[in-house]
Design a protein around this ligand. Structure first.
Ligand SMILES: *[C@@H]1O[C@H](CO)[C@@H](O)[C@H](O)[C@H]1NC(C)=O
Ligand SMILES: *[C@@H]1O[C@H](CO)[C@@H](O)[C@H](O)[C@H]1NC(C)=O
Length: 339
């Protein structure tokens, strides 16, 4: 083969791999090819828009105001906590929002744990929620509550993390403990997390190629355990996944994985109690049969942070918070201080 052909082949290969590695641009909401804007949205400090949804009692009469942070592959439509009898009884207002790149919120290619905490603060301020508000996050959204505790603790009236995703690379974990939990995952998930952590630039390709199976959760096949399947049977619909990623998977799911399992600029296990008085509390809920986030690691986090109230739910999986009795207990402990 002449060198000219080799050069042409080489350039062709480069072009092909460049195309395969590069995610397509996000389909921005309201743009010509993008989905329409139908949700109320606020404009943030850098010009991005954040779409939100209000639930519960009107904020003008509410006694408690809670910002809900949704999980992976979900959106502002995830509001099962808002369907509790306590909402009317206690007077609770909720606002949920599409996280950047999800649903109708603009992508944030510069997204960090800190920027999301600041987005939450700005949402509260633009909606006039007052100097302090509650935050509740589920799964990947629960992980973002660590960012609120780190970057906007002075704005919080209280916080609840529900089955928050752990990062196996947080430095406070003893190596043997995180390793043991890491290798209990399926091979496909071990590889997906390795790519997210060590080679995030490869993640789009990894998750869209057809040669190896990629992340089970990103591909709609999470390790749900028996209690989860029971909850799923009772739930009529889980927040519309098509809506969550309508602007593309890259700035929603892949960005979530890169941040969640990437290198953090702080370790949650080194956080200080944000509430030095008795005014507020922080709760962490986890099911002992969670097949997605290892309970062994969550126990370690809870034991490190003595100021956190840890509630381990027996015979419960990742989705236990969608069950009715759990909702009431979660709201009661956070707002009233008892189950
Ligand atoms: C990890 O190592 C520590 C100290 O050597 C030990 O006490 C602990 O039981 C080990 N944990 C696991 C999960 O192997
Ligand atoms: C699924 O979850 C169960 C229960 O936590 C766990 O024992 C198992 O190792 C998990 N399997 C995978 C492939 O993640």
């Amino acid at each position: 083969m002449s060198w000219k052909i080799l050069v042409v082949l080489f350039i062709g290969l480069l072009a092909w791999s460049y195309k395969a590695l590069c995610p397509p641009p996000a389909l921005i909401c309201g743009s010509l090819r993008g989905p329409p804007i139908t949700a109320p949205r606020i404009k943030l400090r850098d010009g991005r828009h954040l779409a939100y949804k209000e639930h519960g009692v009107s904020k003008d009469i509410a006694k408690y105001k809670i910002i809900l942070v949704h999980g992976f592959l979900s959106s502002r439509h995830e509001g099962s906590l808002t369907k509790s009898e306590l909402v009317e009884k206690l007077g609770i207002y909720f606002v949920s929002f599409d996280r950047p790149g999800y649903g109708q919120s603009d992508p944030d290619p510069k997204r960090t744990m800190k920027s999301t905490a600041l987005d939450i603060e700005e949402l509260a301020d633009q909606l006039g929620l007052g100097p302090k508000f509650f935050v509740v996050g589920f799964s990947m959204g629960g992980q973002l509550i660590w960012g609120c505790l780190k970057y906007i603790p002075h704005r919080l009236a209280g916080a609840t993390l529900i089955a928050p995703v752990v990062n196996y690379w947080w430095s406070s974990f003893p190596a043997n403990l995180s390793k043991e939990a890491y290798y209990q995952q399926s091979l496909r998930d071990q590889w997906a997390l390795r790519v997210a952590h060590y080679a995030p630039w490869l993640l789009y390709w990894w998750d869209t190629q057809q040669w190896f199976p990629s992340s089970s959760v990103a591909n709609g096949m999470p390790n749900f355990t028996a209690p989860d399947l029971k909850v799923l049977r009772e739930l009529r619909s889980i927040a519309e996944p098509g809506y969550a990623t309508q602007q593309g998977k890259y700035e929603s799911l892949h960005r979530d994985m890169m941040i969640g399992f990437g290198k953090w600029d702080f370790d949650p296990m080194e956080l200080e109690n944000p509430f030095t008085d008795t005014e507020g509390s922080v709760h962490l809920w986890h099911g002992d049969e969670d097949g997605i986030v290892p309970v062994t690691l969550q126990r370690f986090v809870a034991q490190k942070l003595q100021w956190i109230q840890y509630h381990e739910v027996p015979n419960a999986g990742h989705l236990f918070a969608h069950a009715d009795h759990a909702k009431d207990a979660i709201l009661n402990t956070l707002l009233v201080g008892k189950e």
